[in-house]
Design a binder for this molecule. Structure first.
Ligand code: FAD
Length: 430
């Protein structure tokens, strides 16, 4: 039997890889070429941009250093969420109601767009509706109640309701949480199926897709954008950098603003039809700063994500670390078999807002969706295509967000973040 493929940039073989169906390979770039737009990075952001650009008739070349989805996009928790990563009231306090609401509406459109894109292009993404956001400490319960009221009354978002402790226990299938909200206007998906499908759509529309083609350098020459790879040089009018947490120094502005943070998921064996775990099929995220997120797959497995503590390296035994976390929420599953354990790198920014910026003439970089990128990264790819077509107004809403670089440089920066995040991890426990 051939050795199963393992992403060279993210640890562990994911359950998604075993269930995504055929994952066509795209050839490495062999020879120099030119295009209207060159896209670097084949996760949701880059693939969505390529699909929308190609559909609009733009000549686009997309390269990825590895295989599409090997970064965060093929390996994440699959939760769509609602709104931006921060709450609408925080945005309102910072940028005023009009812009905050425009960003909220954009996120709502992102959600609808993702589902519609999959549907019209016949991509089966295993969408399951519903999300529970739950308080792991009593002191947070009132915040959830107030936020549900605020979203309903101020933003007219009617899909969300408050859950008391009893309802939360029944819907989660665990007495571990104190209350929360139930949002029926969102849900969760199989992310790698979306990656594979989006690549198929982009290729069918005429985008030239290349895997195993690493950008070694991105630079300007006159009005042109030049991307150098081992197989040849790509010369284009515009460039889009969609390398997110995996940028690794390719473009210094992106690296300075987007920090990679490891996050890990375990998949259990199917729990069985009589399991009390998540009887309504919703996904869950909790109030910890080091958030726990979990859901059931279509075939009844618990896919449980999180990490115990921020560390510089990946945990040696992902299934054991995840089993410990599962048993805190579901003591009856303390010995459950975990068939898959894997991880990936979330791109976060200091204020947890996306980083979208023109980093050199005619080159825009986008990433740092801070754990909220399933719907937003796909949509930012579409907004980039709109920008190339002449309408930058909507991408501008993201470009205008204040996203400072992380303090410190190189190794010092990672150590500062390590200390800060461990402080928050400690606070989650008290
Ligand atoms: C474990 C985990 C769980 C998550 N859960 C959720 C969730 O439930 N909900 C949610 O909204 N978000 C979640 N996220 C975040 C979400 O997955 C990301 O926001 C989203 O996938 C970002 O997509 P992207 O295309 O910007 O980046 P990525 O998918 O990371 O793609 C970047 C690509 O760039 C390529 N690349 C890097 N350098 C080069 C180079 N020099 N040349 C060519 N290619 C290069 C990489 O190979 C990679 O394929 C999670 C992330 C992780 C890791």
């Amino acid at each position: 039997m051939p050795t199963p493929y393992q992403s060279p940039i993210s640890p562990g073989r994911s359950w998604y890889e075993d269930t995504a169906g055929p994952r066509p390979e795209y050839p490495a770039l062999d020879g120099s070429t030119s295009a209207d737009v060159v896209v670097v990075g084949g996760g949701f952001t880059g693939l969505s941009a390529a699909a929308h650009l190609a559909k609009a008739g733009t000549n686009v070349v997309l390269i990825d250093a590895h295989r599409f989805g090997d970064g965060a996009s093929g390996r994440n928790g699959g939760q769509l969420g609602t709104g931006q990563r921060g709450s609408l009231d925080e945005y309102e306090a910072e940028v005023g109601w009009e812009r905050a609401k425009a960003l909220f509406d954009l996120a709502e459109e992102a959600k609808a767009h993702l589902l519609e894109f999959a549907s019209v292009n016949n991509i089966e993404i295993d969408f399951i509706p519903g999300q529970l956001s739950v308080a792991h400490k009593q002191r947070y319960v009132d915040d959830y109640r107030q936020y549900a009221d605020y979203l309903r009354e101020r933003a007219g978002y009617r899909h969300i309701s408050f859950m008391d402790r009893e309802e939360t226990a029944w819907r989660v299938g665990s007495t571990r949480y104190f209350g929360g909200t139930r949002d029926l206007g969102t849900g969760h998906i199989h992310p790698l199926k979306l990656v594979v499908g989006t690549a198929r759509v982009a290729a069918a529309a005429g985008a030239k897709l290349h895997e195993r083609t690493k950008a070694l350098k991105v630079r300007n020459r006159g009005t042109k954008v030049i991307v150098e790879t081992p197989g040849g040089t790509i010369t284009a009018d515009k460039g889009f950098i969609a390398t997110n947490a995996y940028n690794d120094g390719l473009e210094p502005e992106s690296t300075a603003h987007i920090m990679p943070i490891g996050s890990f998921i375990g998949a259990t064996v199917p729990l069985g039809a009589d399991s009390p775990v998540l009887p309504g099929g919703e996904s869950v995220d909790d109030s910890r700063f080091v958030v726990r997120y979990f859901r059931k797959s279509r075939d009844g497995r618990l896919l449980f994500g999180g990490r115990e503590i921020y560390a510089v390296s990946d945990p040696k035994d992902i299934p054991a670390a995840i089993r410990r976390q599962i048993s805190e929420v579901y003591p009856a599953l303390k010995d459950i078999e975990i068939t898959h354990g894997w991880g990936g790198y979330v791109g976060i920014t200091a204020p947890r807002k996306p980083f979208v910026r023109e980093v050199m003439p005619n080159v825009i970089s986008a990433g740092g969706f801070s754990g909220h990128g399933v719907m937003l990264s796909n949509f930012v790819g579409k907004l980039y295509a709109e920008t190339v077509a002449g309408n930058r107004n909507r991408l501008k809403l993201f470009e205008d967000l204040k996203v400072p670089a992380f303090p410190g440089g190189g190794r010092f920066r990672s150590i500062l973040l390590f200390l800060a995040l461990n402080w928050f991890a400690l606070r989650d426990r008290i």
